[in-house]
Design a protein around this ligand. Structure first.
Ligand SMILES: CC(C)(COP(=O)(O)OP(=O)(O)OC[C@H]1O[C@@H](n2cnc3c(N)ncnc32)[C@H](O)[C@@H]1OP(=O)(O)O)[C@@H](O)C(=O)NCCC(=O)NCCS
Length: 183
């Protein structure tokens, strides 16, 4: 797929493929312990470590994993990142992830960005099932998933190792026939 066709747009946001040049901007999220509270990896210590994380993500082929920078159209600021990963094209299934730096929380930006990504997955990538793995205490992510139409399907015990302890996660699923652009 050409780069241009991987740029997704909403009213307020442009999603463009994440690059190493986004390390400084994304460090506001990856380097913040509060933002990373539910992430299965510690906050990054500096921009170089954030760049390393991006480099690892870019090393995986787009067939399996792809990440987009969430950019505010009016200011050009990088608010965060959304991705799909663990894609199994033969099962028409993938998992999504999301993260925004704190100044951008609670403005409907994650909902808008994820709606664009989900629409891309369902209509362009021939995806049938999208999953999200969310810790029970991650209220913001649970609300976001529900707002996007995901249903909670079950508990996976000791699924993630976060800050040295195993954590249960709730598996959320969204099927293509149920996908609607959220209001
Ligand atoms: C999860 C996250 C992306 C949400 O971003 P956001 O832009 O603030 O979300 P939105 O403003 O689009 O809100 C989506 C819904 O969640 C609700 N919400 C957001 N933050 C909330 C919070 N802290 N508590 C309760 N509800 C919350 C909103 O009210 C909205 O619901 P509504 O439409 O019914 O009002 C952001 O909190 C974040 O980056 N968290 C840390 C990273 C993370 O945990 N990633 C997921 C790992 S599984």
């Amino acid at each position: 797929m050409a780069i241009a066709s991987r740029v997704l747009e909403t009213a307020r946001i442009q999603l463009r493929p994440l690059t190493l040049d986004d390390a400084a901007g994304l460090h506001a999220a990856y380097g913040d312990a509060q933002v990373m509270r539910f992430w299965d990896g510690p906050p990054t210590a500096d921009i170089a470590e954030t760049a390393q994380r991006i480099r690892r993500s870019l090393a995986v082929g787009r067939k399996w994993h792809a990440a987009w920078a969430v950019v505010l159209k009016d200011t050009g600021q990088l608010a965060g990142m959304v991705n799909y990963h663990t894609r199994e094209p033969w099962n028409h299934r993938l998992t999504v992830g999301w993260i925004l730096a704190r100044p951008y929380w609670r403005q409907g930006l994650a909902r808008e960005a994820m709606a664009a990504l989900l629409d891309h997955c369902f209509t362009r990538l021939d995806t049938h099932r999208v999953e999200a793995e969310i810790e029970p205490e991650n209220t913001a992510s649970i609300r976001l998933a529900e707002r996007l139409g995901f249903q909670r399907e079950g508990v996976l015990r000791d699924r993630l190792l976060v800050a040295g302890s195993y954590r249960d996660i709730h598996l959320y699923g969204l099927l293509r026939p149920d996908w609607r652009w959220p209001r």
